[in-house]
Write a protein that binds this ligand. Structure first.
Ligand code: A3P
Length: 335
């Protein structure tokens, strides 16, 4: 498999389809509901989900141009649920025959660069050409399942979710770091209100989780559904699940060589966050440049306890309980 370098873009002049998509996008932005944004001024409600406008355009482009392949593997997540960690775990599991643990690819490249992030690859013309990536192609996305083209049902997905209270805290810190400089900082009180109303990038949180939950119940062999908390508690068990799900379970020889344990150690928070590339490097997402260190804050379960009042906790837990009722999914102490 390949780790994506800068992907080539199809060099033709803007085609009629692309121009039509731009027109549709402009029309949508004028007409669909908008709410306050976390990073940018406004989020827009597109087919039930709150998106940064650039990702609405990316979604239109995805449907028009992206051709999935049955061997593709997607990592899907709601922002701040452990995407960076899962990227590292997946890339080191799938590439375990290629790199050694003393001088590993991840020692020199931030986990963000190891996957093609669909939303930021598909934002402008010429359209990114993914056809030359070797199989299995690895894609990351924050789009909910219902916003993806139906052709992806033949692909494998790994979905990671996390206690929404920790997601909220993590997201509030992160978004303020990358928030547009001409906007005032987003207060925690406002972030909390927006989150509870479902207005946050790729939200509502609960609809995002449910979109993958339903798909995983329909096709458990195609979607591996994980929680950040279970990865924390039993990382080696999860690495084994990842290996088997991606088609290459660990062999007895690998078990003797403690390969799964090496992967867990390579990708643990302390190790990754202290690497030079993650302390000083940056990652580009389209035009947005993010310091890699912003992807590593505390890496803990339950940091929400330092920020939420009892009343706030009750309110979020109540919303989540109500929205996820009947799905078999729970978060927090009741999980
Ligand atoms: P906190 O802000 O709570 O610390 P994402 O990668 O989806 O953006 O999620 C970021 C969250 O995952 C941050 O949570 C970050 O610290 C945490 N994280 C990043 N790498 C991790 C790792 N190797 N182990 C555990 N948590 C990690």
């Amino acid at each position: 498999m390949s780790t994506p370098p800068s992907l080539p873009r199809t060099e033709t002049k803007e085609d009629a389809d692309y121009i039509k998509i731009c027109e549709e996008y402009n029309y949508l932005i004028e007409t669909i509901p908008k709410g306050n944004g976390w990073r940018v001024k406004h989020l827009y409600n597109y087919n039930g989900f709150w998106l940064n406008p650039i990702y609405i355009k990316a979604n239109l482009l995805l449907h028009a141009y992206f051709k999935s392949h049955p061997t593709d593997i997607f990592l899907a997540s709601f922002m701040k649920s452990g995407t960076t960690w899962l990227k590292a775990l997946m890339i080191s599991t799938i590439n375990r025959h290629r790199y050694n643990f003393c001088d590993h690819h991840l020692h020199h490249h931030g986990p963000q660069t190891t996957f093609s992030f669909l939303e930021s690859e598909l934002h402008s013309y010429p359209i990114t050409d993914f056809t030359n990536m070797s199989a299995p192609r690895l894609f990351a996305t924050h789009f909910p399942r219902t916003l993806l083209p139906s052709s992806v049902t033949s692909c494998k997905f790994i979905y990671i979710c996390r206690d929404p209270k920790d997601v909220l805290i993590s997201k509030w810190f992160f978004m303020n770091k990358i928030r547009d400089k001409d906007l005032p900082p987003l207060s925690f009180a406002e972030a909390f209100e927006l989150f509870c109303k479902g207005i946050s990038d790729f939200g509502p949180f609960w609809e995002h989780v449910l979109s993958y939950r339903r798909a995983s119940l329909d096709a458990p062999d195609k979607i591996l559904f994980l929680k950040y908390e279970e990865v924390k508690e039993q990382p080696e068990v999860v690495v084994r699940k990842l290996a088997a799900f991606m088609g290459e379970p660990f062999t007895m020889e690998e078990d003797e060589e403690r390969v799964a344990e090496n992967i867990v150690n390579l990708c643990n928070f302390e190790n990754l966050s202290n690497l030079e590339v993650n302390k000083k490097g940056v990652t580009k997402f389209g035009k947005l440049v993010v310091d890699n260190r912003e992807f590593f804050r505390k890496g803990k379960i339950g940091d929400w306890k330092n920020y939420l009042t009892e009343e706030m906790k009750e309110r979020i837990d109540g919303i989540i309980h109500e929205k996820l009722k009947g799905s078999g999914l729970t978060f927090g102490e009741s999980a």
